[in-house]
Write a protein that binds this ligand. Structure first.
Ligand code: ASP
Ligand code: MG
Length: 422
């Protein structure tokens, strides 16, 4: 089997001219032939596209938003390629197509399908620009549309991968390319069996890297980030963070489950199953070792703090003078399952069930609609879920200081609170 490597670069690593030049330097020094380079959308493009979609949905004028986004990409092209390069026409063409797609009618019923068709432009245009630039810098590589290799079901916005079909496509149409050249492709996007574009959930490019690596049985995956590796807390929120030199797959997976945004939660499992090491490295300081995620025998005792924003606390109270029983929990969970909503924290009492979920468009509304007959439902939005793994009294006290705590849960290893964001 071909010995392959997968590199993944996220939005921050290609956000402007200098970042892309830096990326090409990183690749120039390390690129081996059989490498897949997975790239997501530039900078905050995905958020900008979500903004355009929201305006479209609310029947507001979004034309200036498109112009801003297009100019952002064209200016980067100008900085990388100068004036006379076919990339300008290619980028303009993508934006024309985007505009055309946005002329189709959008409603609540087709929102998720529509979302995927629009949001994927960020990745498509970014990968074209980067691939052209790498070639200009004599790092010859091929551009591949990820939708030709990542096969998913039709759960738009949260599509599930069809692993067998994907592995077959990768074998058939990626391996022959990789035998000759490195390949640049998009993270986050795929295609379902009826031919519609799908996405794997926000920040899903890491997961794409893992899917490809697992299908190829790659030698390693490297995710290039703006931090020095996996830290025990987000350095933007907490001082004195500690970087892990290595971390066990389980430990890393658990941290991502609680919301550690350094790696997408689904990334670890496919790699762990095949013992493919995952390196998290800094694109700012590429020669520093970063973090290696693999099978580690000794247990980690370092406290880790993970903060998840935009949380909603919903409580369901029984109204018929009975107590909470399995039937109630089952009923609520089936609705959550239908809506593909994950419970981040759960607490039950004699007469109520409280749970914490992520904020997602329309979903709270739908959840309430489906359950309001049987429960009295209340909710609080814009909350923070803070999880501490390997907690100690000092950390707990510091975290709770001056905060309004709406929910609290402590186990031997994990401490979690839900608070109002400040
Ligand atoms: N561009 C997508 C997002 O921002 C996917 C990714 O960055 O991994 O969510
Ligand atoms: Mg991104």
């Amino acid at each position: 089997m071909l010995k392959t490597f997968v590199f993944k670069f996220g939005g921050a690593s290609i956000k402007d001219v200098n970042s892309i030049k830096n990326l090409s330097k990183i690749l120039y020094n390390r690129l081996r032939n059989h490498t897949v380079i997975v790239i997501s959308a530039m900078g905050k493009t995905t958020n900008a596209l979500e903004g355009i979609l929201e305006k479209k949905f609310n029947k507001e004028d979004y034309s200036s938003n498109i112009t801003i986004l297009e100019n952002y990409h064209l200016e980067i092209c100008m900085g990388l390629f100068g004036e006379n390069h076919p990339i300008h026409a290619i980028v303009k063409n993508y934006f024309l197509q985007l505009q055309r797609d946005l002329e189709l009618p959008l409603s609540k019923d087709n929102y998720d399908l529509y979302y995927d068709s629009i949001i994927s432009y960020g990745e498509l245009v970014a990968t074209r620009i980067v691939q052209e630039y790498l070639c200009l810098e004599k790092i010859y590589c091929i551009w591949k549309d990820a939708r030709e290799i990542i096969v998913t079901n039709s759960d738009y916005r949260f599509a599930k991968v069809d692993w067998n079909a994907t592995a077959a496509k990768i074998k058939k149409s990626l391996v022959p390319l990789l035998e000759k050249f490195p390949v640049v492709t998009q993270g986050f996007i795929g295609k379902d069996k009826v031919g519609n574009t799908t996405t794997l959930g926000r920040e899903g490019s890491d997961f794409t890297a893992a899917i490809i690596a697992s299908s190829l049985h790659s030698a390693s995956v490297t995710i290039w980030k703006d931090v020095e590796g996996v830290l025990n807390a987000d350095p933007k929120r907490f001082p004195n963070t500690i970087k892990f030199d290595e971390l066990d797959y389980h430990e890393a997976a658990e941290l991502t489950y609680y919301g550690a945004s350094v790696i997408h939660p689904k990334t670890i499992k496919p790699l762990a199953n095949l013992s493919i090491p995952l390196y998290v490295k800094s694109f700012i300081d590429p020669s520093s070792p970063g973090t290696k995620i693999h099978h580690v025998k000794h247990e980690n005792k370092t406290p880790c703090i993970v903060v998840k924003d935009e949380q909603i606390l919903v409580s369901f109270k029984v109204t018929d003078f009975t107590f909470i029983h399995e039937g109630h929990i089952h009923q609520i969970y089936s609705e959550l399952e239908k809506l593909k909503l994950r419970v981040n924290l759960l607490q039950t009492s004699a007469i109520s069930i409280s749970l914490v979920i992520d904020k997602q468009v329309f979903k709270l509304e739908k959840l309430i609609d489906s359950l309001k007959q049987d429960f009295e439902i209340r909710y609080n939005e814009s909350l923070q879920l803070i999880t501490v793994k390997n907690h100690n009294p000092e950390i707990m006290e510091n975290l709770m200081k001056n905060k309004e705590i709406l929910m609290e849960q402590v186990t031997r290893s994990t401490f979690q609170i839900v608070t109002k964001s400040n």
